[in-house]
Design a binder for this molecule. Structure first.
Ligand code: EPZ
Length: 417
């Protein structure tokens, strides 16, 4: 992707449906034989990969339009999630809970490592065993079965896990009796996911808090559900707007889903104004004030916005520290930013950023989804041209990125080498 520097973003950006809700929502359709229609599904590579896995299981998939899909899993032809799928799409691990709940067995490949960290699934497995699943790890696969079905119980997560919470929610909705998830994830996507499951007939209370209670039911039914807007996409464009000293309305963005993030941006000197159809972002300070942050589970600073925020701080008027508490290797954007003139040193989990006056365009390499978009943001504001390679990382999580940016005055184009 070639990005001309020195632009100022002005206009409107329509925020797409949330990737990290669309993924569990697609898998949850396995829990019923009736059709489930999902609306506002983002058109992303990750969603397409997961739909291919469901097709493998035997789910019928009908696209009403690019963003509206009806899925029906009337009868299953396989409960195997092969390594080839899972290594490309970690969220395939979510099929474990759903397959055991509905079909009492599942064989799912261990996801293996990921660029940003080990990302184990040990907490998913321990929780499923607590519900009564027999699990063997053999030749890189998780072989799970629960011939008599699962039985609800209290489960405390030693650390909050988003997909761990979602996996166990799907296992528990059809279990016998009551399950209480303690130290459950509180992300808006998890709260919305519980709404979807309840619309399908589940009995879940406490969604959005750290204790979620699920009363098992015999079966779930079909429904129709609209995916909430993607708060990480919205936060990404908020930073892109701020760093180019622009003014953009993030259409459909839910202010509440990013409240603590917007408060941080306010301290930086960025105005984030709630409107009836979104959030208006503009810079109301001559300079970018340095504000240190630590990433944390919701409602703390989102780890998925850390790389983007690091770029903003690289041009701040002073020094700041950025601590990544969730993943052990999520600073891969920093060496690339250094090639553009950023002055950042890494000390374990903390990056010390000394703001510089400007960044210079360069050839840079994308390494993971959020690091790659942080390089695009840097390119928008750098002097000269920036070329970002390995765009497949971007396509996993950002729908129509060039179009959305160019509609606001950027000059971004994709080309093949
Ligand atoms: C979800 O990943 C998101 N993905 C991630 O978004 C997001 O960064 C992450 O939550 C944290 O908010 C989806 O929802 C599809 P975790 P997840 O389980 O569920 C460790 C993006 O850019 N852990 O909350 O995999 C884990 O290694 C992606 O959109 C275990 O050790 O994250 C990590 O260090 C990236 N064992 C920490 O917990 C387990 O069994 C939090 O992971 C589970 C997790």
């Amino acid at each position: 992707m070639r990005i001309a520097g020195g632009c100022q973003l002005k206009g409107e950006i329509e925020i797409s449906g949330a990737k990290n809700l669309a993924l569990p929502a697609v898998v949850a359709t396995i829990l019923t034989e009736e059709p489930v229609t999902l609306r506002n599904v983002p058109n992303l590579a990750d969603v397409k990969s997961l739909l291919e896995l469901l097709d493998c299981f035997g789910t019928e998939i009908n696209y009403k339009d690019t963003h509206t899909i009806t899925l029906s899993t009337r009868n299953i032809k396989s409960t195997l999630a092969p390594y080839d799928f899972v290594r490309k799409m970690r969220a395939s691990i979510l099929s474990l809970g759903a397959l055991i709940a509905r079909y009492k067995k599942a064989t799912v490949s261990l996801p293996g490592g990921c660029a940003i960290g080990a990302r184990g699934v040990d907490l998913h497995i321990k929780a499923l065993e607590a519900l009564g699943a027999h699990i063997d790890i053999k030749n890189g696969y998780i072989e799970a079965e629960a011939p008599k079905g699962l039985v609800g119980c209290d489960i405390t997560f030693p650390m909050t896990t988003v997909t761990g919470t979602e996996n166990i929610l799907m296992a528990a909705v059809l279990a016998k009796g009551i399950t209480r998830l303690i130290n459950a994830a509180m992300e808006p996507e998890v709260e919305a996911f519980c709404e979807l499951l309840n619309k399908m007939g589940a009995r879940i209370t406490g969604a959005g808090t750290s204790v979620i209670t699920i009363e098992g039911v015999d079966s779930l039914h079909g429904t129709e559900y609209k995916i909430i807007p993607d708060r990480i996409e919205a936060g990404t464009y908020a930073i892109a707007t701020a760093i180019t000293n622009g003014k953009v309305l993030l259409k459909n963005c839910e202010y509440e889903h990013l409240a603590s993030f917007f408060e941080t941006l306010n301290l930086v000197g960025i105005s984030c104004e709630q409107k009836e159809n979104g959030v208006l972002i503009s810079c109301n300070a001559e300079e970018i004030h340095p504000v240190s942050i630590q990433t944390a589970p919701y409602p703390g600073f989102p780890t998925d916005l850390q790389a983007q925020y690091t770029v903003l701080m690289s041009l701040a008027n002073g020094g700041s520290s950025i601590t990544e508490n969730i993943f052990e290797n999520r600073f891969m954007h920093i060496p690339e930013l250094a090639r553009m003139g950023a002055d950042i040193t890494i000390h374990g989990k903390t990056a010390i950023v000394n703001g510089v006056k400007k960044l210079a365009g360069a050839q840079v390499m994308a390494t993971d989804l959020r690091a790659s978009v942080s390089l695009v943001i840097a390119g928008l504001v750098a002097e000269g041209e920036t070329v970002v390679n390995r765009l497949y990382h971007l396509d996993r999580g950002y729908e129509n990125l060039e179009e959305k940016l160019n509609n606001c005055g950027a000059n971004v184009e994709r080309f093949e080498v």
